[in-house]
Ligand binder design. Structure first.
Ligand code: DQA
Length: 144
C-alpha cells in the first residue's frame, strides 16, 4: 500500500456549501474529498478538517512521517500562524497550498500569508478545481 496524500483543511471549511457561497461556492468539503478520492485511484487519500491550529500542526508532522505529500487549505490560519509556518518548514514531503477564493484579491488582512513561503506551490481562486490541480501537482512532486 502506497503512502497516503494528506488533504488537510483548517477552520470553518466544515461549513463549505453554506458559508458565504458567493465566495466559496456550494460544494461541500465532503464533495471535494470524494472527488479527490475518485481521481486518486489507488493512491490513498487521508482527508481531514479541524478548527484547531495545534491539530493542523500535529497532522502536518504526521504527514511528514507517514505520507507522500500534503494538500493544505489552512483557512484563516494561513494569515496568522507562525506555528503552521514552522511545521511546514520542517515537513519533508511536498506541500501544495490551496485556497478556494483568491485571498490576494480580498481584504488587506488576507495579504499576509505564513503558509506560502514554506510550501512548494500555491493555487488560489479556482474553487474546488484547485484541489484537483493540487492533487496532480503533489503526485508529480512526490513521483506517484
Ligand atoms: C480560504 C481563504 C482564507 O482567507 C479564509 O480565511 C478561509 C478560506 C479559501 O479557501 O479561500 O477560511 O482559505
Amino acid at each position: 500500500m502506497s503512502k497516503p496524500i494528506y488533504v488537510l483543511g483548517g477552520p470553518n471549511l466544515n461549513l463549505l456549501g453554506t458559508r458565504e457561497p458567493e465566495i466559496y461556492g456550494r460544494e461541500t468539503l465532503d464533495d471535494i474529498h470524494a472527488r479527490l478520492k475518485d481521481l486518486a485511484g489507488s493512491t490513498p487519500i487521508e482527508a481531514r478538517q479541524t478548527n484547531y491550529e495545534g491539530e493542523l500542526v500535529s497532522w502536518i508532522q504526521e504527514a511528514s512521517r507517514e505520507g507522500s505529500g500534503v494538500i493544505l487549505n489552512a483557512g484563516a490560519y494561513t494569515h496568522t500562524s507562525v506555528a503552521l509556518h514552522d511545521a511546514l518548514r520542517a515537513c519533508t514531503v511536498p506541500v501544495v497550498e490551496v485556497h478556494l477564493s483568491n485571498p490576494a484579491a480580498r481584504e488587506a488582512f488576507r495579504q499576509v500569508n505564513y503558509v506560502s513561503p514554506a510550501v512548494k506551490a500555491s493555487i488560489a481562486g479556482l474553487g474546488g478545481y484547485g484541489y484537483e490541480l493540487a492533487l496532480m501537482a503533489v503526485r508529480s512532486l512526490s513521483g506517484k
